[in-house]
Design a binder for this molecule. Sequence first.
Ligand code: 5GP
Ligand code: MG
Length: 180
Amino acid sequence: MEETITLHDKKFRIMIPAEKIDEAVSAVAARINADYADKQTPLFVGVLNGSFMFMSDLIKKIEFQNELSFVKLASYEGTASTGEVKSLIGLNTPIEGRHVIIVEDIVDTGESIDHMIGELERHHPASIAVCTLFFKPGSYRKQRQIKYRAMEIGNEFIVGYGLDYDQLGRSLKDIYVVTE
Ligand code: 5GP
Ligand code: MG
């Protein structure tokens, strides 16, 4: 593994090696396995693009029968009064009455996940829980419970393991942090 890397105009240094990520994913998977063992075929919903690698590793550690799907929050300009509007695309599985686990790469301010939960609730699932690879407690400013947090970090900007800096860095198997 490289100690430091450059993506576009910024330098990053190694922060969390792949083995530590794997331990954190195993720990969060064990909690989900315990909590959902008796539930009817839960549905994992990954939020693209950032969650693809986390979803791939997480789902291999899930021991109950499950389904999975991916969605995206697409931004478009609304009317002048509504400003930016985000719509949910790719939800082609009916989720009414289902136990849904949203799989996210990172919850920062909570804006995105708050919106995602709101959109999914309109389809009346039996339950919704959030499983995020990273949580930034110092930035979070929403009320929704983020039940499964594989790792907590400060307000620094990270890349790797699915997370990008302007589309670069997603394929890195370790997590890197920007150096000031
Ligand atoms: P929020 O809506 O919770 O403020 O931010 C969520 C989104 O911001 C994430 O899904 C991700 O796309 C981006 N984000 C927030 N913090 C980071 C970070 O440290 N690194 C990267 N690569 N993206 C981040
Ligand atoms: Mg995300």
